[in-house]
Design a protein around this ligand. Sequence first.
Ligand SMILES: C[S@@+](CC[C@H](N)C(=O)[O-])C[C@H]1O[C@@H](n2cnc3c(N)ncnc32)[C@H](O)[C@@H]1O
Length: 504
Amino acid sequence: MLELDYVDYVIEQTLTFLKNMPKSKRKNKGQFFTSSNIARFMAKMFDANSFNKNHISILDPGAGTGILSVAFIERVLSIRPDTKISLTCYEIDSDVLPILKNNLEYIRLKHSDQIYYQILEENYITSQSNDFNNNLWASGNPRKYDFVISNPPYLKVMRNSAEALTMSKVIHGAPNLYFLFVAMSLFNLKNEAEMVYIIPRSWTSGAYFKAFRKYLLTNGKIEQIHLFTSRDKVFSSEDVLQETMIIKLRKSVRKLDTVCITSSDDSSDFDSITILNAPYESVVSGNDMYVYLPINQEEINIIKKINTYNSTFVEEGLKMKTGIVVDFRQSGELRKEPGEHILPLFYSHHIRDGRVNHQPSGKEYDWIIDSKPGLIQRNKNYVFIKRFTAKEEKRRLQCGVYSPADFKEYQYIGTQNKINFVDNIDGSEMDTLITYGVFALLNSTLFDMYYRILNGSTQVNSTEMNNIPIPPACVIRKIGEQLLMSNDLSTYNCDRIISEVAYV
Ligand SMILES: C[S@@+](CC[C@H](N)C(=O)[O-])C[C@H]1O[C@@H](n2cnc3c(N)ncnc32)[C@H](O)[C@@H]1O
């Protein structure tokens, strides 16, 4: 094998560029550079057997200083020193373009009869709009590539931006350039070819990314996912707080049996990675094609167990809804003290030990007047759940049974919008056994872990919760009955009851 160190050269040039370019300026362009470790790791994710060609074509959209292209070329040449390589880079930033040109020229001069490159100084998305809206599988024109490697810009764009309008079929909510790049690259790949992308984790769940996930996972298959188990370290010097993952996809409609999920503690230590082969259907599942990210066998077992349930809250006539009162907007209706026509307003602090209390919350306003029907809700059975928890807290799902009898002097109550609550879809009252059964599910270790695997963020998203698999109402009622009889709302007890009543 040839020992090459082109990546080190690019890193040197990149560091010089960084010295003269303020971070704030790069941030506005969604520009963060990949480290040498990650670039080399990404290059290694490609299947070396696919380099077995005399001539290969590579695409690097949003190339920056060219680190990913160079890492890829370094790897190919170290395995097949005679391969001819055609590289295409897209880059629009005039500040970085001279460095990119210099870096690619440096490597070309070392292999002048082998490496051909072109830099397209145009917008990767809008410049291909006509092509994208035609046929995904079209070949020849537009050009299709053997490999794509990329670290795309992380930048929100407006729904009516040129980029978003170009790719409307993969957009469901607020678009971000990063996933438009991924979808466009799938389009740019040859049939059965591979691409490797480093991207945020946010697309794996959530309604905003639904159209994108369907497009990606119908026309491509995930072969490998790499996760960083300690958060925030990947682009630590860049203040990128997004959780990041690397994904390897093949453009193929053929089903795969497994996905290789690798994980490392952080981005500087790829020597000690953990490898897990997860069944494909426990990684990509459900109508919304959520992507689950288990990192050990225990987590795969959790996904498998939950996937044996085949109902959802909505199918059982239930719904997780979001608290109604946005306190800073409704300050005119809020009160500090109880009184006539004044109702208790519940915040997430009131959820404690599996119950809901109304002790002074430390907030100024614990009460709300009853004059606006749109701001209040009937005093009846609910399960309250905190929408936000801190990263270091042990549980993501923190909930309590709301018991109307505890506040029987009120016909209505208020809920702040940092609470979610489970209710009947039609607003009628949930029966008590269902209420306790739903509480047991949400308070169990099983559902808490499942939700963590599904959603990397610290928010509990009600749309997602409404779609997760749950047992049918008759089983939920049985769970509720046992919980009520035992009079013990602890997680330990919820786990015990669920394992007896609802493990299929
Ligand atoms: C996150 S940086 C990654 C740079 C490089 N690939 C790396 O890994 O270090 C993304 C790059 O995409 C470029 N970019 C942003 N929008 C673009 C667009 N619409 N078309 C082409 N390049 C774009 C930015 O200037 C930036 O250099």
